[in-house]
Design a protein around this ligand. Structure first.
Ligand code: C2E
Ligand code: MG
Ligand code: MG
Ligand code: MG
Length: 292
């Protein structure tokens, strides 16, 4: 029956698809066009170190600036990109754009900061990733130490042998490696020891209910302790309140990212990105914040 209607009979095609599939199909095509037409943008969110009272990095976060719908969050389209393979050109664009932007900031005289870029599982497994990164760094004149890659536990635990050699190559280049959303996936602690990762990010789900939920507090404290024991850098995501900050400081975490300091912002808001909040310069002696 399908044959008699013709291969490209869209009516037939849509009639046989469920709503979810149609939405997916449309989104894939629109996303492909958006990538070609330059409708993707990066916003940046400062990472702060309260001991240094300074911004110590920025995370690049992709958005889709759709002419009709406005800004679309990555949660809406990254999964489609991942499933269709579009994540490969998209992810390469993100890497190049983030390194290009950092170069612009450097030329404007802002301090040298590493930029964190999220890598999806498929992107991380991609053959040629290391060469692509090397080429982008050379092209944009960025030293590898100013690139930090954020990878989730899930991506790292697939094909562990390949993961290890890829991480070792990247680390040998000087690229910094972070495990994102730590505590939500499943990691083998023994691999955590073997992988040349530099930093763990406490997932924001633990930060969110830290002050009300004893279990979330216990997990956050355990992750921070683990990072210290393994001599890994540790940062807590999703900090929105002074109470959360205080608890996390009490557990020994001094690096943060969250709306409390700044939302992700367009790169044109440079001054705010590099000086996100008076909290950093304020009189508060964070070292004396009571332990919970
Ligand atoms: P992520 O890498 O864990 O990024 C942190 C997310 O938390 C961002 O959401 C950020 O806007 C949000 N956030 C930061 N501070 C707070 C806070 O205080 N409270 C709350 N409630 N949220 C906060 P966003 O930008 O919507 O990104 C969501 C996820 O999409 C990212 O999670 C990352 O997994 C993915 N993503 C974003 N950009 C890229 C990209 O370029 N490539 C890939 N592969 N994934 C990306
Ligand atoms: Mg991230
Ligand atoms: Mg995260
Ligand atoms: Mg996340």
């Amino acid at each position: 029956h399908a044959k008699s209607l013709g291969r490209n009979n869209f009516q037939f095609f849509t009639a046989s698809m469920n709503d979810e599939a149609i939405r997916f199909f449309n989104l894939e095509n629109r996303l492909r066009a958006a990538l070609d037409q330059g409708e993707l943008v990066l916003h940046y969110q400062p990472l702060v170190d309260l001991r240094q009272r300074a911004v110590v990095g920025m995370e690049a976060l992709v958005r889709w600036n759709d002419p009709e719908q406005g800004m679309i969050a990555p949660g809406e389209f990254i999964p489609v990109a991942e499933e269709t393979g579009l994540i490969l050109p998209l992810g390469e664009w993100v890497l190049r754009e983030a390194m290009r932007q950092n170069r612009v900031w450097q030329e404007q005289g802002y301090p040298l900061l590493p930029i964190s870029v999220n890598l999806s599982p498929r992107q991380f497994r991609q053959r040629g990733l290391v060469e692509t990164i090397r080429a982008i760094l050379a092209e944009t004149g960025q030293p590898a130490r100013l690139l930090e890659l954020e990878i989730t536990e899930g991506a790292l635990m697939q094909e562990v042998g390949e993961t290890l050699s890829k991480l070792e190559e990247l680390a040998a280049m000087g690229v910094r490696l972070t495990i994102d959303d730590f505590g939500t996936g499943y990691s083998s602690l023994s691999y955590l020891k073997r992988f040349p990762v530099h930093k763990l990010k406490v997932d924001q789900s633990f930060t969110r209910d830290l002050c009300e939920d004893r279990e979330d507090a216990a997990i956050a404290a355990a992750i921070i302790g683990l990072a210290h024991s393994l001599e890994l850098d540790i940062l807590a995501e999703g900090v929105e309140t002074a109470e959360q900050l205080s608890m996390l400081m009490g557990y020994g975490c001094h690096k943060f990212q969250g709306y409390y300091f700044s939302r992700p912002l367009a790169p044109s808001q440079t001054d705010t990105l590099f000086h996100p909040s008076s909290i950093l310069e304020g009189a508060t002696d964070w070292g004396l914040v009571a332990s919970p």
